[in-house]
Design a protein around this ligand. Structure first.
Ligand code: HEC
Length: 128
């Protein structure tokens, strides 16, 4: 009995540790393939470079210059403008959000990718 409980605890622990997506290996590649063509240097519309070398610095704790909304607020997916842009909800957040759902003019990211980004933000948006 005690052994079973211990095994269960270890399993739960491993599952939750494994569930924090990696920015470098899970998220940056999505941004590179689906977003960086339009967000290459940061001088394009949106003012956000999303290539692998730039994305983290341009997202985490950075306010959108046009809306003042923080793009990624560590630990707070609901207060992260990036997610509003990706899931298309709350684009008019508090009357401040602007523009279109991302990626502009293309199919939305798959639900799993959006969930992965949400989980990463909820876990504190680590540079992992
Ligand atoms: C076809 C070009 C295009 C693609 C592809 C694209 N974007 Fe955009 N993005 C824009 C334009 C134009 C704007 C400015 C207008 C707006 O906010 O809708 C913008 C704005 C944004 C903003 C708001 C920046 C700010 O701080 O105001 C974010 C965040 C963003 N894009 C993220 C993404 C992400 C993430 C992807 C990939 C999933 C992506 N974009 C793909 C063209 C694109």
């Amino acid at each position: 009995m005690r052994v079973a409980a211990f095994a269960l605890l270890v399993a739960v622990d491993a599952a939750s540790a494994g569930s924090v997506p990696s920015f470098e290996t899970d998220i940056a590649p999505v941004l590179r393939t689906r977003c960086a063509a339009c967000h290459m240097t940061g001088t394009e519309a949106g003012n956000i470079a999303l290539g692998p070398d730039d994305a983290y610095e341009n997202l985490v704790g950075v306010a959108s210059p046009t809306t003042g909304l923080v793009r990624v607020t560590p630990g707070k997916p609901e207060a992260s403008y990036l997610l509003m842009k990706l899931d298309g909800t709350g684009l008019d957040a508090a009357g401040k959000g602007k523009g279109m759902r991302m990626p502009l003019g293309a199919a939305p990211l798959p639900e799993e990718s959006i969930r992965m980004i949400r989980d990463w933000i909820a876990a504190g948006a680590p540079r992992n």
